[in-house]
Design a protein around this ligand. Structure first.
Ligand SMILES: Nc1ncnc2c1ncn2[C@@H]1O[C@H](COP(=O)(O)OP(=O)(O)OP(=O)(O)O)[C@@H](O)[C@H]1O
Length: 863
């Protein structure tokens, strides 16, 4: 029993031990699980905290990014809005009062919006409302506040338009103009009318009538509005803006008659297109697309254009400031429009015009301030400009040339400019030593040609040749005028040619062969030039110039464009006295041969300023087409230098330079033929030496083998003769002692067969030698290739060497006369009585019997 008990105890103990062991194991596992769970929990807690921190950081970053973007976009938007506002309301239309000053708008700028205050944001944006060409304004609210807004708007309008472009009418029945008294000075220039209580009907009727007139005769069904017309024609606005300020209140509104209401409604419906705008306070303005409403409420306002955003109104401009601006405006208005400047004559785009139909360019501004354009083309084809010395002819020509050359490229216009006056007025258009630029349209410039009428003749001959060339091309293309020729031959080069000849009467002075030829060339050019695009502009400072033409009515009749400067005589029709009454620096432009009904008065800008001109010229010069040749400059005061000739370039002796459109040497051919000698006649040693020197050097330059002999019988010529001697290969020198031997030896040679090579004998002052054999050399030499090129100091001395009284001059086939009068040259000349030659410094008359019908003038070279 005891053992059972003990066994039981043991079993119980064992079971208990087992149970305890199990319990302990379970407890250990539970503890482990608990610890694990705690760890998980802690981890989750940590992760959660970290996540929270990360989320907070992310949120902060995102918030900052959004904030930055918002700030950026706000800044961009407000900068854009500010820029748009500045563009819509530039300068005085939108500036704050502290920075405000009146400024004339740029040419072609259309009116924009006007500032009345700011929108309440930071930075503050201007609050703008439309008016000119866009809207009527209907304002309500406290009268004095509203009047402040109206005053501000009017001042902004006046400050951003040109004087005279805006006219105000103010109807102020209660205060009789007191509300807008600051504007009163405008009345002095008819820019403002105050209308009293009884004047409303008349005022409204008048506005309705103005609108009717503008629609009927200004817009004439072609344009929907004045704004459209101005934009389409790029001209100045033909009508002012009419701003009608109606200052009323409830009582006034109620007192309006049906008729007045109806007229007001008409104005509201139709006014904007015609530049009539109503600014009404306290009056019933009917609803219309053009009506902008502004409700003033204390220092703020609401208006249609700004929607729900309240406008913080600008303070009203002080009355004294308004008065000062208006006074200045009235003064400007009374002084007339400001004069156009040279720059105003220039187009916005260079070389944008086509000359097929003619050349159109402004010369200055008319009485209304608009530019006056002048046409030269098929009709009128040619111009006469007249005015006494100092009246501004040169300036006018400069202005015209500036306006033309800025519009027409060298493909469209070619200029030939000739000035018979002393001075160099056109020289600036050719390349010079100090200024290498030149005017690309200019092909020829002649200055200091007052004594070189031959140059004028050469120009007319050149133009005559061009006229014939154009006429034959026109015939080939069956064209009757330049525009047709250009259409038929689009690849041809057919610019309009304008030849300007200042003091042209010099060319026609003297009833000689030159004047006769000049007149007949002028007649031909004037008659036929119009259809071939060749135009003449003749200017003259005194009556004689015009009188030189007056006997030639057929010629004068072609010059239908007349431009008279102050006190110009006989340029306009006899009964047209306009040129007598125009002020300084003005001109009468008349495209109907001077008939008074065609007068247009032009105020001319100062176009003589070198710097302004140079700026234009440089611009055009840089734009010139590649390969364009510079113009030829002929300066009558310059002495040409002997060019260097390539071997074979000239065949003969070069004596001097002819007076021609292109520089061309006067050449004496010396073939083996009787009479091929040259006599230089006159007492001007230096020029005689220059002629013989050029002849010798050019013969030597030909490279042909030849013998040269220099005979010098005058000490004054010895240095020039010595230089020639040194320049000629193998030349022999003879003086007074040895010259007879040369003549004798040559005389002997002449009895023999002709030589293989020519022998040129240069004789300086033959007449000093009385060489008896010289006559034989002169007479028989050329056939045997011995040619005398000699200088005699008078015709009678030459005659002595040819046999004395009654001697024939056949042995001298060519001569150059210096200071010898034409009549003395009679025996040497085919013209009875001799050529019309009046000696002049540094000019010589050259005649070669074998080529010339009449002698030609030449300039001895500097050599
Ligand atoms: N529109 C103008 N505005 C300002 N100055 C001018 C104007 N026209 C001419 N002048 C000046 O008047 C002066 C005389 O002008 P210009 O030389 O053009 O006259 P002109 O008739 O050609 O005289 P002349 O025949 O004696 O040469 C010049 O000094 C010129 O600068």
């Amino acid at each position: 029993m005891a053992s059972a008990k003990a066994r039981l105890v043991v079993e119980v103990r064992r079971d208990l031990a087992l149970a305890r062991g199990l319990t302990l194991a379970t407890l250990g596992a539970a503890e482990t699980a608990r610890v694990e769970a705690h760890r998980h929990r802690d981890e989750a807690n940590n992760a959660h905290a970290e996540r929270l921190i990360a989320l907070a950081a992310e949120r902060e970053t995102a918030r900052r990014a959004i904030q930055d973007r918002f700030q950026q976009q706000t800044a961009t938007l407000s900068a854009d809005l500010t820029a748009i506002a500045a563009a819509c309301a530039p300068g005085p239309a939108g500036a704050s009062w502290s920075a405000w000053r009146p400024t004339e708008p740029e040419r072609g700028r259309r009116p924009g919006l006007l500032r009345i205050g700011t929108l309440g944001y930071e930075p503050a944006l201007p609050a703008l409302v439309p008016l000119l060409d866009h809207a009527h304004l209907s304002l309500t609210g406290d009268a004095s506040r509203v009047d402040g807004v109206i005053a501000a708007l009017l001042l902004r309008v006046l400050g951003s338009t040109r004087p005279g472009e805006v006219r105000l009418t103010v109807y102020d029945p209660e205060q009789l103009g007191g509300s807008l008294a600051g504007f009163a000075p405008l009345g002095n220039a008819d820019l403002l009318t105050f209308v009293g209580p009884g004047g409303l009907t008349g005022m409204l009727d008048d506005l309705v009538e103005q609108i009717r007139r503008i629609n009927e005769s200004v817009l004439a069904g072609e344009y929907a509005s004045l704004a459209e017309l101005t934009a389409a024609t790029a001209a100045r606005r033909p009508e002012p803006w009419r701003l009608v300020v109606l200052l009323g209140d409830e009582a006034t509104a109620e007192s309006l008659t049906n008729g007045q209401r109806a007229q007001l409604d008409r104005i509201v419906r139709t006014g904007v297109a015609c530049g009539v705008h109503v600014l009404a306070r306290g009056l019933p303005i009917e609803t219309h697309a053009t009506v902008e409403r502004i409700a003033v409420n204390g220092a703020t306002a609401n208006c249609g254009i700004t929607g729900d955003l309240p406008v913080k109104l600008d303070p009203a401009p002080p009355a004294d400031r308004i008065a000062a601006v208006c006074r200045e405006l009235a003064e400007l208005m009374n002084a007339g429009p400001p004069a156009a400047e040279f720059a105003d004559l220039l187009p916005e785009k260079l070389w944008n015009e086509c000359s097929a139909g003619g050349l159109v360019a402004p010369l200055g501004d008319g009485p209304d301030g608009d530019l006056v354009e002048v046409l030269i083309g098929d009709d009128p084809p040619h111009a006469l400009i007249g005015g006494p010395s100092g009246s501004g002819k040169t300036n006018l020509i400069y202005a015209w040339l500036g306006a033309l050359t800025a519009r027409y490229s060298p493909d469209e216009l070619a200029l030939y400019l000739l000035d018979f006056k002393e001075g160099v007025s056109f020289a600036r258009f050719a390349p010079g030593r100090r200024d290498p630029s030149w005017l690309p349209q200019v092909r020829l410039v002649g200055v200091n040609v007052n004594s070189d009428r031959e140059f004028g003749l050469a120009l007319l001959r050149h133009l005559g040749d061009e006229l014939r060339r154009r006429a034959s091309e026109a015939k080939r293309h069956e064209a009757t005028k330049l525009a047709e020729l250009r259409a038929e031959d689009p690849s041809g080069h057919w610019p309009r040619i304008v030849a300007v000849i200042d003091e042209f009467q010099v060319l026609l002075a003297g009833r000689d062969a030159l004047a006769n030829e000049a007149v007949s060339l002028l007649e031909d050019l004037a008659r036929r030039g119009r259809s071939q695009g060749i135009h003449l502009v003749l200017a003259s400072q005194d009556v004689s110039g015009i009188e030189a033409l007056w006997g030639r009515s057929a010629l004068v009749a072609q010059f239908t464009l007349r431009i008279g400067l102050p006190k110009a005589r006989r340029i306009l029709a006899d009964t047209n006295l306009a040129a007598d009454v125009i002020p300084r620096f003005h001109a009468v432009v008349n495209a109907d041969s001077g008939v008074s009904t065609a007068n247009r008065i032009v105020r001319l800008p100062d176009a003589s300023d070198r710097t302004t001109w140079r700026a234009l010229q440089e611009k055009l010069w840089h734009a010139r087409p590649e390969g364009l040749e510079p113009p030829r400059l002929f300066d009558g005061d310059a002495v040409p230098t002997l060019p260097s000739f390539e071997p074979g370039a000239v065949s003969g002796a070069v004596l001097g330079e002819t007076i021609d459109v292109r520089p061309r040497p006067a050449v004496l051919r010396l073939p083996r033929a009787p009479g091929r000698n040259l006599a230089v006649i006159g007492t001007r040693t230096a020029e005689a030496c220059a002629i013989l020197g050029a002849a010798g050097r050019s013969l030597a330059a030909s490279g042909q083998p030849a013998r040269y002999s220099i005979v010098c019988l005058d000490d004054d010529a010895s240095s020039a003769a010595g230089l020639l001697h040194a320049a000629l290969p193998g030349a022999r020198w003879y003086d007074a002692d040895t010259a007879p031997d040369l003549i004798a030896a040559v005389g002997d040679e002449l009895a023999e067969a002709p030589a293989d090579e020519p022998h040129y004998i240069f004789g300086y002052a033959w007449d000093a030698g009385h060489l008896t054999g010289l006559r034989t050399v002169l007479t028989r030499g050329p056939e045997r290739r011995t040619h005398v090129l000699g200088w005699w100091r008078g015709v009678s001395r030459l005659r002595d060497d040819l046999g004395g009284v009654g001697a024939r001059f056949d042995a001298v086939g060519a001569w150059v006369a210096l200071d010898v009068h034409g009549s003395e040259l009679a025996p040497l000349s085919p013209q009875p009585g001799g050529p019309a030659w009046y000696p002049r410094p540094h000019r010589a008359l050259f005649f070669d019997r074998s080529v010339h019908r009449a002698p030609e003038v030449m300039i001895p070279y500097d050599c």
